[in-house]
Design a protein around this ligand. Structure first.
Ligand code: FES
Length: 150
């Protein structure tokens, strides 16, 4: 079935099963491989993207549902003010270790700052609780979000 998605401000038409997870449409059909597969079950946050500005799990979102929303991926996150501040802070504080989960971390952090420009520790912990990091970069993640908030 032909489905048109709004990805990073562009209309992108693909031919795929409407039940296909957005994660795999991004990676396989659109070549946007910055969004990562971790668990495929909505548990790790590696696949986080924005849908109408909110952080969502792309492994748990069908392309039929995604077609109704504006999707932003890690490839375009720095085009927004909050996303640029977050990515700048991530680089300045050298947050990643292995890096695998970091695209999802940045997407969740950006959605947080866009909605809550000056988050407290509870806001940060709440927004980031669903993004797991096997290297345990959590302290640097929190510091980077604080720096991005200014
Ligand atoms: Fe989607 Fe883990 S890959 S939450």
């Amino acid at each position: 079935m032909t489905i048109t998605l709004n990805i990073n401000g562009q209309a992108r038409t693909i031919d795929a099963d409407p039940e296909k997870p957005l994660l795999w449409a991004l990676r396989e059909d659109l070549g946007l491989r910055g969004t990562k597969f971790g668990c495929g079950a909505g548990l790790c946050g590696a696949c986080t993207v924005h849908a109408d500005g909110a952080a969502i799990r792309s492994c748990q979102t069908t392309i039929a549902d995604a077609a109704a929303m504006k999707i932003v991926t890690i490839e375009a996150v720095a085009t927004t003010d909050a996303g640029r501040r977050v990515t700048d802070a991530w680089i300045a504080l050298d947050v990643p270790q292995c890096g695998y989960c970091q695209a999802g971390q940045i997407m969740s952090a950006t959605a947080l700052l866009a909605a809550t420009p000056h988050p407290g520790d509870e806001d940060i912990d709440g927004a980031m609780a669903g993004n797991l990091c096997r290297c345990s970069t959590y302290l640097r993640i929190r510091a980077a979000i604080r720096q991005a908030a200014g």
